[in-house]
Design a protein around this ligand. Structure first.
Ligand code: PRP
Ligand code: URA
Length: 216
């Protein structure tokens, strides 16, 4: 079976609404952060389909025994937010995945070379290969940051087929690199934009997500 990167752009009015608010240059930082939280929540909700491990059991209602499907707490879950902008998606994601461990990864693009440099790495030395890893980064632009992240996470034993990337705006350049290198991966994004400008910013995009989320 030939694997192919799957990119989901959920058709959901709340995702469209909060994307529109986040894109609007007149949106102030406090509302931009709320938009990111909501996008983190709804995109995580979509990404949980066919991913969140469940187990079949029986519960007693006040009236009778009945079958139930519950989240399996034994399977390790991890969220990797890419600092800074990925932090803006974390509140929404964590609400839905309260048992997940949070492993922060700090990356910043060199604005000259566009290379992603790592300044903080709180990943575990080894992932259990069964771990469901969700990566949060609102912007997939040149792909440098997400490729560096995938390298750091997979060299520690995480299985790309069990991973989900939650983004907000994705550029074809980043998706192409992911597709070539990690064909078993699943990406959830609010939109795929046209491309990049000559400074590596997504067009139309939403500007600098980290600066807008944190008012810098
Ligand atoms: C932004 C964004 C991504 C990266 C995407 O982070 O949050 O991580 O750029 O660009 P790329 O695909 O070209 O690598 P940035 O480096 O601006 O840091 P910040 O989140 O701290 O603002
Ligand atoms: N990082 C951002 O925050 N925005 C872009 O458009 C590209 C990279």
């Amino acid at each position: 079976m030939t694997l192919q990167l799957r990119v989901y752009v959920p058709e959901h009015p709340l995702i469209k609404h909060w994307l529109g608010i986040a894109r609007d240059a007149s949106t102030p930082p406090v509302l931009f952060k709320s938009a990111m939280t909501e996008l983190g929540r709804w995109l995580t909700y979509e990404a949980c389909r066919n991913w969140l491990p469940t187990e079949e059991t029986t519960v007693e209602t006040p009236l009778a025994a009945c079958p139930a499907t519950l989240v399996n707490p034994e399977v390790p879950m991890a969220i990797v937010p890419i600092l800074r902008a990925g932090l803006a998606l974390l509140d929404g994601a964590q609400t839905l995945l309260p048992l997940a461990s949070i492993y922060h990864l700090g990356l910043v693009r060199d604005e000259e070379t566009l290379e992603a440099n790592c300044y903080l790495n709180k990943l575990p030395s080894k992932f259990d290969p069964e771990t469901r890893v969700m990566i949060l980064d609102p912007m997939l632009a040149t792909g440098g940051s997400i490729m560096r992240t995938m390298d750091e996470v997979t060299t520690r034993g995480a299985n790309p087929g069990l991973m989900r990337i939650v983004a907000v705006v994705a550029a074809p350049q980043a998706l192409q690199q992911l597709s070539q290198n990690y064909p078993s991966l699943n990406v959830y994004t609010a939109i795929i934009d046209e491309g990049l400008n000559n400074r590596g910013y997504i067009v139309p995009g939403l500007g600098d997500a980290g600066d807008r989320a944190f008012g810098t």
